[in-house]
Design a binder for this molecule. Sequence first.
Ligand code: ADP
Length: 416
Amino acid sequence: MRVWALRLAAVGAILSASIALFSLPPAGVETLAILMVGAWLLVYWFLRQEAQHQAQLENRVKTLAAENEVQTLDFARLRRRFISFAEGLPIPILIGDQDANLRFVNHTAYEWFGYRPLTGKSIIALTFCYDLYVLYLHAVQRRYQLTSEIVLSYPRERHVVASIWYLGDDGNTPLFAVALLDKSELVRLEQVRRDFVANVSHEFRTPLASIRSLAETLLHDGAMPPETRERFLQLIVQETERLARIADDLLVLSRAESLPPEKEPVDLAPIIRSVVQQVQGEAKEREVTIECELQEPLRLLASRDQMVQVLLNLLTNAIRYNKQGGHVWVRAAMRDGFVVVEVQDTGIGIPSSEIPRIFERFYRVDKTRSRDTGGTGLGLSIVKHIVESHGGRVEVESEYRVGSTFRVWLPVEESG
Ligand code: ADP
């Protein structure tokens, strides 16, 4: 404004001086001409100043525009980085507004809840979990982080720790993030541990209770006939043996679970033959015949002791759950990079509804028979654990009252 006013004043002065030039005497003309030149110089100086000022302004505007562009690019880059970070997280991340309407759902969340177009829809439409919705609204009210354990039921039951926190505003809309941490496996393991402790104490309590009552009877009944006394003492011995067997099997199982197998190059064929030899006495007692069909050699990398344990458990079961005069076949061969060992019997078989549970610890189909034959209910869980720790698997085929086949697949690894 100031520049324009001065410029106008200067132009005005020059114009009025020019008009006066023609109406003045010669002496005044000279003075006025000097004044006019001065005035023109002044105008020229003002115009230059103004042009420089204009150029400076234009440069400043250009710099600001460039800075703005850089900031926009930085912001876009930051946003992309945040999205790929959230997308890559192995836990579900949801971002929503103050009404619990979704703005962002990461890949894992879609994997959990199923792929549906959800942006703008309520958190309930994704998770079908009212508790999570209520927790979210509490976090919205309080604007600080809330964490709580929640059970999701869609699409399957999951025990999660849900954390919700305020992210900041997008324009006038406050945004909140939700992270869900799956602890279902921990809950399951905790349940397994609790069941296991309860089972172990139950397994120990039963023989201990009978030992105690037998011992008390022996103690208080001085007039007990010698044959009854001997029978009671034999029962005490049997019960202590049972306790020892449970303790031994628990030890074997815990060792197999806590340590990786100490593998060495072994030939399974002679190991099978020696285990068959070991159980021949019991088989004869029960009038069960064992036949072997072995391919030789059957070389693989495995823990020798654990292989003996697996074969012993499968063979004793095949004998103990057999019929009198029954048969057991042990077959072993190489197949598709595996050593496959098959133990087939003509025994009592397993009802198909029970098959999925027989590898559970302490699970017995026929409790009385298992107990009478000295079973602990741990044999097959030991087999499964050892075989799986060798990278293999166990299969069962069984027909109730006809017989069972247990098949073990052990991968052949190259030594060295
Ligand atoms: P146990 O010490 O009782 O034999 P296992 O874990 O070895 O425990 O087996 C679990 C249950 O599976 C047994 O109690 C038995 O009911 C059933 N079972 C295992 N092997 C056989 C088999 N060959 N034939 C029929 N039933 C079997």
